[in-house]
Design a protein around this ligand. Sequence first.
Ligand code: CTP
Ligand code: CA
Length: 222
Amino acid sequence: ENDILGKLPLRGKKILITAGPTYEAIDPVRFIGNHSSGKMGFEIAKRAANLGAEVILVTGQTSQNVSHVLIKVIPVVSGQDMYNAVHDYFESSDVAILAAAVADYKPKEVALEKIKKHNASLTLELEKTKDILASLGAIKKQQYLVGFALETHDEIENAKGKLKRKNLNLIVLNSLNDKGAGFKGDTNKVTFIDDENKITAFELKSKAEVASDLLNKIISHI
Ligand code: CTP
Ligand code: CA
């Protein structure tokens, strides 16, 4: 698999990528998670490496596998773990692409012992997790910063809001409206919105093809 120009346009570039879900502990044996497969982030990592980039792939727990000399995989569990790993590598990165489905809330307290079913009902108090993407937008210098947005209504407006609020260069809007699109399957229907307000809508495609479109877009801007 080679790039369209027959050379390696990302050689020497360092790309930080997040993928997969985060798991937020409730007690020693339970967690709050989500159905993210991690596939989108892994496809971006593979494509970037095939274009010559040095890739750091920070991933939550998935069934994805990758083995490539240019990809260093950093497995994490919680959003806080992902935040720490991402901050270890961001400063030295040229590009950061945050495709992970980070939990928005986590249990305020983690029970030290397995919670017993003593009561008829159980209430968990949740608190917000740190927004990893926004934290990078707040400190970014030369880095080209890319986020994803999953929206079900007012998609373009909401995605534009995230682009601005989080100080991104590009946001990839994921449409859940069409059959086959979404974070569980093998296909995605995306729209790119960049910091010059350029909007590009794509057809339903495989996640590998979406990864290729995304890296072509990034290559044209760095
Ligand atoms: N993201 C992150 N850290 C979080 C939550 C989200 O880095 N704690 C990143 C995701 O990886 C994605 C982007 O932020 O690149 C947008 O995620 P999304 O869930 O669409 O938006 P939120 O900002 O979390 O807002 P909401 O879920 O309320 O729409
Ligand atoms: Ca969210």
